[in-house]
Design a protein around this ligand. Structure first.
Ligand code: FAD
Length: 842
């Protein structure tokens, strides 16, 4: 058998190698028009970026190594110019010499790949414009970049500017690698989002990350023309009438299948312009086979055949083609388009159909969004991951999944890809037993989590509304933000009411049960808990926002609320003049030189803000905190918090998955201190104060109380908490020192929970199972336990007051209470309440 393969890279080299392994006697010839075979085109951007420093490592095989190891006759610089199907021959032209000859075949494999599209725009042929497909393209781009950077480093020219047209995988890889080399990078994309294989909301976190790394994104605009500039370089004119200066331009606007040979030979083409093949990778000619970027294959989810220019499918198709050429009946079933890309520290990818494609195909589907962390939040180096799972509404079959994030994205994507290929359902995702230890995941893996949420939807345990349907989805309904008051104060949906989860049951008492309620929280978990509460309380029209505000903010550009500090924001120079305090002026303006490092990585909102607030309290004016955070939302939360508290944000820079910010202490306290230190004429602090009457001994209510208390403290407010009746139990020691007690006191002590750890839920206690569950969930989600919340409030300066009257009634002594509790009566409480701006009864 004589096999002739046209094209010698991914598909071609694989067909030839597999055929040799199956048929030692076959004559195998590979004809490749370029000067390299079997090179790693996926690695090309990284050599330009000097991440892969040795060029040779991209050349996986040579003509010689293929001859020696596989006895394949590889002829480079040999272009096939025609196929004579009747005679079963191809015409070959030697590119370097122009010599032509004819080669016969028994079987012909066409692995001619795809060509980069060069849009027909004015100036598109200028030499500064490049596509990146082959090693030769890479060499030219790298040489130009190297020389421009060398001149810039020598001071004989300004910075090097690169413009990338097209924000698909290759475009973004080029943007990253150019930036990595020190160039200024602009990316231009005609669509309103980057990365077409993702749905809009999934691409937005990657856009933020790109921008945070200094890449300028120009969305919803395209290149209109390219013109030479006087003095070198070119101008890229955009359709939105702006223009960009460029030394190098990369055109990465897509590829089109290279089917010229096949078309000329009369082979059948498909609807998308690729070669038609059957499941054996046979074309419309029984002796001609094809594989790779030039063919159309059935899609795993969508109807019809599609182009899928990816290396994995190319290699698998080639293997199937070779097996059939060698007499085996292997089938290539479908392509699901699993793909992934690294964009600086971020990773993004998808498998199966996107929501856009399902809609276009008219297929029924449901979607859920979850935002778990890549691995256990308490183990360093993780950040929020974004998952969108699409599934069939009746069977629950997985139709597609998209994942973006920092750590562990590839693993989750591959699990979803495997699930899709195996025909698994969301019920199966719930059951998958995946590898877990803190550095790698969570006991409930993000894939399980997506399965849980999707199954809840199918079971009717959860009713979702979607950010892309806003504001229509909230028409005529009350929008309920179930996050803490602190989170609410930083950002919330227009018109939303704040009903924190912790007070949901009491706050909604008396509400019309038929009223439409559209809930949301930050990622969808607390709103799910609220949903369950409300439905069981008899509310009939409740829905919760899929993916919470995290997903909402990807659809709707929203800024943190423009809430300033309680007092108008005062630049320090002005404040110092008013207060006549040279000392604090110098401290705050120049800094004290004291800098504290604060590690908040792995903490989810509002953890970093709470920790920051506590740390800030211990500092003096002019001291600085360098805070490291992995939560990307910190970029918008931090300026709002800093503004509100009157501090100064000196810098905020991307760091790993999140940010590092330097904040200098100014704040109302500093200003008050300045006044006291100077003239003594400054009015007393106007710090707002919240006082609580904590009457309840229910775990959930206590958690709510302390979350609010900590929130208030972190917003710079004073907090005073008066514990009476059952609330006092939260302050009891688990093991108080022994003392003489009356019989009745002993009885009471035995019946009541001894301390915060022993409190139970007001509802859904379920003989301890519900309480244990909520504690576990809090831990998993990085929410502090009640004892931790209490400690944090006390450390933050909250006054915790035990009601002496109740202590007498219940036979509780001061020694039974945890350290730091002050004792007081009604007068103490009333005094606190009188000074407070807000008083809450829990
Ligand atoms: P190719 O590998 O392009 O090979 C086709 C060969 O046929 C070419 O060498 C061409 O010269 C030759 N040829 C064409 N016509 C003739 C003719 N008439 N006579 C002789 N020879 C001919 N995919 C991924 O899955 N992941 C990635 O990360 C990824 N990164 C990429 C990065 C870059 C920069 C590029 C360019 C591609 C990337 N791809 C990636 C895509 C992947 O490389 C392709 O899907 C894969 O190489 C397709 O294999 P193929 O054999 O069909 O085509």
């Amino acid at each position: 058998m004589k096999l002739v393969v046209v094209g010698g890279v991914a598909g071609g080299a694989s067909v030839a190698a597999r055929a040799r392994r199956l048929d030692e006697s076959a004559e195998i010839i590979v004809l490749e028009r370029g000067h390299h075979v079997s090179f790693a085109n996926c690695g090309l951007p990284y050599h330009i970026g000097e991440v892969i420093t040795e060029r040779e490592r991209l050349v996986l095989q040579t003509t010689q190594s293929l001859r020696e190891s596989l006895n394949i006759d590889v002829r480079i610089a040999s272009e096939v110019t025609a196929i004579d199907r009747h005679a079963q021959t191809v015409t070959v032209r030697e590119v370097d010499t122009g010599r032509e000859y004819v080669e016969s075949y028994d079987n012909l494999a066409l692995c001619t790949g795809a060509d980069a599209i060069r849009p027909p725009l004015p100036g598109v042929d200028l030499p500064e414009l490049h596509v990146l497909r082959r090693i030769g393209d890479m060499d030219v781009i790298k040489a130009e970049l190297d020389s421009a950077l060398a001149l810039a480093a020598g001071g004989s020219r300004g910075p090097v500017r690169c413009v990338v047209i097209g924000a698909g995988y290759i475009g973004l890889e080029m943007a990253e690698n150019f930036e990595h080399r020190g160039a200024i990078v602009d990316v231009v994309e005609m669509s309103d989002q980057i990365l077409p294989p993702l749905d809009h909301e999934m691409s937005v976190p990657v856009e933020h990350h790109l921008r945070s790394r200094g890449v300028s994104l120009h969305l919803s605009t395209g290149a209109a023309a390219f013109t030479r500039r006087d003095g070198g370089g070119i101008t890229v004119e955009l359709t939105n009438s702006t223009s960009l200066a460029a030394d190098i331009v990369i055109l990465s606007v897509g590829v089109r299948p290279n089917v010229d040979l096949a078309r000329a030979a009369g082979l059948e083409l498909g609807a998308h312009g690729g070669l038609n093949v059957d499941t054996h990778m046979r074309t419309s000619d029984a002796h001609i086979w094809a594989a790779g970027d030039s063919v159309e294959t059935p899609n795993t989810v969508l109807p019809g055949s599609w182009l899928s220019p990816l290396a994995g499918p190319a290699n698998r198709e080639a293997r199937v083609a070779a097996e059939n050429i060698c007499g085996r009946e292997t089938e290539y079933k479908s392509t699901q388009g699993t793909s992934i890309v690294k964009v600086f520290e971020m990773v993004a990818g998808g498998t199966g159909a996107t929501e856009r494609q399902l809609l276009a195909a008219g297929l029924a589907y449901r979607a859920v969004h979850v935002h778990p962390s890549g691995h256990a939040g308490y183990y360093p180096g993780t950040a929020m991951m974004h998952i969108k799972l699409l599934f069939e509404p009746t069977s629950g079959a997985v139709l597609g999944a998209q994942v973006t994030g920092f750590d562990g994205v590839d693993k989750r994507l591959d699990v979803f890809a495997t699930a899709l290929r195996a025909g698994l359902t969301v019920w199966d995702l719930e059951e998958l037993e995946l590898a877990y230890a803190p550095p790698f995941g969570s006991a409930k893996d993000p894939v399980n989590m997506a399965g849980f949420v999707a199954s809840n939807v199918l079971l009717g345990d959860l009713n979702l509304w979607y950010a892309q349907d806003y504001p229509k989805a909230t028409d005529g309904a009350r929008i309920i933000d179930v996050r803490t008051s602190e989170e609410f104060s930083i950002w919330h949906l227009p018109g939303a009411e704040n009903v924190p989860l912790a007070t949901m049951r009491t706050d909604t008492a008396g509400w019309n049960k038929a009223a439409g309620l559209r809930l949301y929280c930050s990622v969808g978990f607390r709103s799910y808990l609220s949903y369950r509460i409300l439905i069981q309380l008899g509310f009939t029209d409740v829905a919760t926002l899929s993916g919470g505000s995290e997903t909402f903010r990807a659809w709707h550009e929203v800024e943190p609320l423009a809430v300033g500090p309680e007092e108008p924001e005062t630049p320090y120079a002005d404040a110092a003049e008013t207060l006549n305090s040279a000392r604090v002026a110098a401290h705050v303006a120049n800094g004290t030189g004291v800098s504290v490092n604060l590690d908040c990585t792995g903490l989810a909102c509002p953890g970093p803000i709470m920790k920051l607030s506590t740390e800030m309290k211990g500092l003096t004016p002019g001291d600085e905190i360098v805070v490291h955070v992995s939560d990307p939302g910190f970029a918008s939360d931090a300026p709002a918090w800093v503004r509100r508290n009157g501090h100064e944000l000196l810098s905020i820079e991307p760091e790993g998955p999140g940010y590092v910010a330097t904040i200098r202490k100014v704040g109302p306290e500093a200003l008050a201190l300045a006044g006291a230190a100077s003239s003594g004429t400054v009015a007393a602090s106007v710090t707002p104060k919240v006082s609580f009457v904590v009457f309840s001994g229910d775990l959930d209510k206590l958690i709510a109380a302390f979350i609010i208390a900590n929130g208030a403290i972190s917003m710079g407010e004073e907090v005073s908490m008066f514990f009476t009746f059952w609330g006092l139990n939260a302050l009891r020691k688990a093991k108080p020192p022994k003392r003489q007690r009356k019989t009745m006191d002993k009885l009471f002590a035995g019946m009541m929970p001894a301390g915060a750890d022993k409190l139970t839920l007001s509802q859904m206690h379920m003989m301890g199972a519900g309480t244990a569950m909520i504690k576990k969930t809090m831990k998993k989600n990085g929410v502090h336990s009640l004892p931790e919340l209490m400690q944090s409030a006390v450390d933050g300066g909250a006054r915790v007051i035990g009601c002496t009257m109740t202590m007498d009634l219940l036979g509780i002594a001061e020694s039974d209470l945890i350290d730091g509790v002050e004792l007081g009566g009604v007068a103490t409480f009333l005094g606190e309440a009188a000074e407070s701006t807000t008083t809450l009864f829990i």
